[in-house]
Design a protein around this ligand. Structure first.
Ligand SMILES: Nc1ncnc2c1ncn2[C@@H]1O[C@H](COP(=O)(O)OP(=O)(O)OP(=O)(O)O)[C@@H](O)[C@H]1O
Length: 258
């Protein structure tokens, strides 16, 4: 059976502006963010890309969600190519990030309807989904409150709900628990497990070992835009802790670079 998600030799570089070069303290003019990445995610699987800051995880997820075009290689979502059929990919994928900022002046209810319309969701499916998601995240009491007046946790839950208006079978989640307070982080982690239990395919990125251990069926360790290891947790850790296995891989990569 073909995988739900498949990355084949993905590559992406960015030209660094003078300001970025100064910020990153480098003279390099072109930064290779993703350097030939390949991996597969099976239907109904939770796959985690684990790596340090700047490893290329976000860029990889954005290519898989057809938000950024690869320089080389291709990726497929349920068979649809991000290069030749990006619209189909976008219609199938929910791209979630804890960094998504909603417009302050509007309410969750208004934004849910707005994004549903953008996604072409019909009114009855929209209302059913809104009821379910708002109840799931405890947004219903604040449905008519302006985003500006919501707590940070509630803003983040509302942004998750509007990213899921189209009921995607494939969920791509960039750093799911980054910057969240412990209660919101738990809501999000539990929700990830529910998505998996419903048979959805989940691809996430994180630098948090415990999140991988808690929710992922398989993990890919990304260092400097390359896949350093990929497999089930026992395959990648070989009986060590995930943290120990990660630092061994990291040291091996650093040794290679010398
Ligand atoms: N639009 C861009 N222009 C220039 N450089 C970029 C751009 N996007 C990403 N990069 C650079 O590419 C590299 C990989 O970034 P990316 O955000 O994919 O990594 P990451 O693993 O998600 O890390 P983080 O958790 O810090 O976001 C970094 O060095 C980053 O500065």
């Amino acid at each position: 059976m073909e995988p739900a998600l498949s990355a084949r030799g993905l590559r992406k570089s960015f030209k660094l502006s003078a300001k970025q070069r100064k910020l990153e303290r480098t003279d390099v003019r072109v930064k290779t963010a993703v350097d030939g990445l390949s991996f597969d995610v099976a239907f109904g699987e939770v796959y985690g890309l684990l790596g340090p800051n700047g490893a290329g995880k976000t860029t990889t997820l954005r290519m898989l969600a057809a938000l950024v075009k690869p320089d080389e290689g291709d990726a497929f979502v349920e068979g649809a190519s991000v290069v030749s059929d990006p619209m189909r990919v976008r219609s199938r994928v929910g791209f979630l990030t804890s960094e998504l900022k909603l417009e302050d002046a509007f309410s969750p209810d208004y934004l849910f309807d707005f994004f549903s319309e953008l996604r072409g969701v019909d009114a009855s499916s929209r209302d059913e989904r809104k009821r379910a998601l708002f109840a799931r995240f405890g947004i219903d009491r604040f449905a008519q409150t302006k985003v500006a007046d919501l707590s940070t946790g509630m803003k983040q839950k509302a942004s998750l709900a509007v990213s899921l208006v189209h009921d995607p079978r494939v969920v791509i989640f960039d750093e799911p628990t980054n910057g969240l307070d412990v209660l919101t982080a738990k809501t999000v982690t539990d929700f990830l497990l529910e998505l998996a239990a419903e048979g959805r395919t989940v691809l996430l990125s994180t630098h948090i070992f415990s999140l991988v251990e808690k929710v992922c069926d398989r993990v890919g360790v990304v260092i400097d835009g390359r896949m350093a290891a990929s497999g089930t947790l026992p395959e990648v850790t070989g009986g060590r802790s995930l943290e120990d296995a990660f630092f061994d891989l990291y040291a091996a990569r650093a040794g290679e670079a010398l």
